[in-house]
Design a protein around this ligand. Structure first.
Ligand SMILES: [Zn+2]
Length: 197
């Protein structure tokens, strides 16, 4: 189990995440359950199946961060996370089990994405999450695919034939940005390009 009291967790959540959001509170229970199921090992990585809230619960409560390479985010759109052994790939996946939320009306609507809470409802939702604890979660053993474990290793970089920047050789001669996956507009409007002159 993580070593923070719930008061400490709420304070750190506010500082780190902006607020102790419902997703972060649920995420804390999910991390607790996963850590408890994983046993004593310190050699684990974390994987979140959504970028929503869960990565911050992992970063607040475990040594796995996006920056140290031990937190992986794979956008599967599911409110689930797993902790797994770095070498064997054996681990535990914990998810919000919506079938178990039927007794918690606010949590059930929140989980289904149809919750439009008033301030009163937010208080009710937070109370439901606290009282429900791990009873709305399910866990199962998982084994990470070899290709995914392998992909995390450092690999040689090559210069992109279009932009010249280094990128992993496995992505091909062009970097992903030059393959059309850049989030940036190719030609900046004049008023923006003047920023950094
Ligand atoms: Zn490029």
């Amino acid at each position: 189990m993580h070593s923070l009291s719930s008061e400490d967790f709420y304070e750190r959540a506010r500082l780190f995440h902006g607020c102790a959001s419902p997703g972060l509170m649920l995420g804390a229970s999910m991390v607790d359950l996963a850590l408890h199921s994983l046993g004593r090992t310190q050699q684990y990585d974390a994987l979140c199946e959504t970028s929503r809230c869960l990565p911050d619960a992992v970063q607040l409560l475990t040594p796995c961060t996006a920056g140290n390479g031990r937190l992986h985010i794979v956008e599967l759109g599911r409110f689930a996370l797993c902790l797994y052994h770095q070498v064997s790939g054996k681990g535990v996946r914990v998810y919000l089990d919506h079938a178990k939320t039927t007794g918690w009306p606010n949590l059930n609507r929140w989980a289904r994405g149809v919750w439009t809470g008033s301030e009163k409802d937010i208080v009710r939702l937070e109370r439901e999450i606290r009282h429900a604890g791990i009873s709305v979660l399910s866990a199962r053993s998982i084994l990470i695919q070899d290709t995914f474990l392998h992909r995390q290793k450092q690999e040689p970089g090559v210069a992109c034939i279009s932009c010249g920047e280094l990128h992993p050789a496995s992505m091909g001669p062009q970097c992903r940005a030059c393959q059309g996956r850049s989030p940036y507009i190719p030609r900046l409007p004049a008023e923006i390009s003047s920023f950094f002159r």
